[in-house]
Design a protein. Structure first.
Ligand SMILES: [Fe+2]
Ligand SMILES: [Fe+2]
Length: 431
């Protein structure tokens, strides 16, 4: 049989849809698992700057993962196998990164090995992507190397500080082992000859166990609960009390981020929602910290930063912690909208604007909490209502005990002294 002649003008084909979707699927699972690793370890992070800043990156990771996942579904249509059938060697590598021993090792493995490899993988994909045939992928992916470089640049000063507090040799050894492991599986895009041996330095590390007490910066003064035990009497106290409340919303970032790791078989939208939820709560925390800082208060020193809500529930499992958050958030939108109006009327537009945006976020969180708790409870709405009541009851019992055990010193004295200084400054005509 003679071969038919074909026209060979134009660019030669370089990549089939099957090959392209296989690559994009590997990039999706990498972004997703790095995001879940950072989320799962967040509650274990001690460094306060890293604790506050990381949720934004986790949210950015979720957006990239989502675009990649949608593109795989388009290219493989009508196949829906985007969340199954991953390369076991790649999955094993990605799941090993959380076995880091401290904050610095987490960042070394995730950022300075895996994210750097991701930049290379995106650039390799884009080099041979057909500008017309694969334009829908190129449109979003072309920004990813720069986006990841921005994350790395933001992380650099933080990482330097973290690295200065640990054994440099041990840190370099961990980073080297992670890099060797990745090379051994043929990189993020895989290779034909994969060995996949797990380096002993990683294989011998124990499995990650999230702490029941969320870690806080070692420079923070210990505390049993975060809100002053007495109701504010004057407006200035109310301003400070609300600031303290905002900063301590970091626990509300820790729990949705933890469940991203603990619950590994949820629908994709759960991870997307949880990443946003965690990011929002870290923003609420930073809103409070910014205001209090402007008034001269230092986090963890002049007022407590402690995960009392979380600690009160964590012995019952992560479902209870998330349910307590949802129970509180049920009243969130009406409470926050009231705060917005009150603070605006009093002339504190900084706080009132924060509450306004916070209130907008809370309305979304309410839907997230309802949807995903109900999913965990197999759609049993009565069980969800009972769980919310039970967590509130347990919380009130717990905090009642803590109020008897601790009188909020030395914080109460410090706060009152700072408020007095602020008021006398005002009387003296200072701005
Ligand atoms: Fe919040
Ligand atoms: Fe919230």
């Amino acid at each position: 049989m003679t071969q038919e002649r074909a026209l060979v003008m134009g660019l030669p084909g370089k990549r089939t849809v099957e090959e392209a979707s296989e690559w994009v699927k590997r990039l999706y699972v990498t972004e997703r698992e790095l995001m879940r690793t950072l989320g799962g370890y967040h509650v274990h992070i001690a460094n306060w700057e890293l604790k506050k800043r990381l949720p934004r990156h986790i949210w950015q990771d979720s957006l990239r993962a989502n675009a990649l996942r949608s593109r795989v579904l388009e290219m493989r249509y009508p196949r829906r196998d985007v969340d199954t059938g991953h390369d076991p060697l790649l999955s094993a590598f990605l799941s090993s990164l959380i076995r880091c021993g401290n904050d610095a090792e987490l960042i070394a493995g995730v950022y300075y090995v895996a994210k750097e490899a991701l930049i290379e993988a995106y650039e390799a994909y884009l080099r041979d992507a057909d500008p017309l045939d694969d334009a829908p992928t190129i449109e979003f992916m072309k920004r990813y190397p720069a986006d990841l470089r921005e994350q790395l640049a933001e992380m650099t000063p933080l990482y330097e500080r973290l690295a200065s507090g640990v054994d440099r040799e041990a840190l370099a050894a961990w980073r080297g082992s992670v890099a060797a492991y990745l090379r051994g599986i043929g990189g993020l895009l895989g290779g034909k000859e994969q060995a996949g041996a797990v380096p002993a330095a990683i294989a011998t590390r124990p499995a990650y166990v999230p702490p029941l007490v969320p870690r806080r910066d070692p420079s923070f003064v210990p505390a049993a609960y975060h809100m002053p035990p007495k109701a504010p009497e004057r407006f200035i106290e109310r301003q400070v009390w609300q600031g303290i409340n905002h900063v301590n919303e970091i626990w509300a970032a820790e729990i949705p981020l933890l469940t991203m790791w603990q619950w590994d078989n949820m629908p994709w939208e759960f991870y997307l929602d949880s990443a946003r939820w965690g990011f929002d709560e870290s923003r609420h925390c930073m809103m409070g910290e910014e205001r209090l800082k402007a008034w001269g208060f230092e986090a963890g020193v002049d007022y407590p930063v402690v995960a009392d809500h979380y600690i009160s529930m964590s012995g019952h499992g992560e479902l209870y912690v998330l349910a307590l958050l949802h129970a509180f958030e049920t009243n969130g939108p009406s409470w926050k909208s009231g705060l917005k109006a009150d603070f605006e009327a009093a002339g504190d537009t900084a706080s009132s604007q924060d509450f306004d945006y916070d209130w907008a976020d809370e309305s979304i969180h309410l839907a997230y909490g309802h949807k995903w708790l109900l999913h965990r409870l197999n759609g049993d709405i009565d069980e969800l209502e009972d769980l919310k009541l039970e967590t509130r009851r347990l919380w009130l019992e717990w905090i009642g005990k803590k109020h008897q055990e601790w009188d909020y010193e030395p914080f109460l004295e410090r706060i009152q002294a700072k408020i007095a200084a602020l008021e006398s400054g005002r009387e003296a005509g200072e701005p």
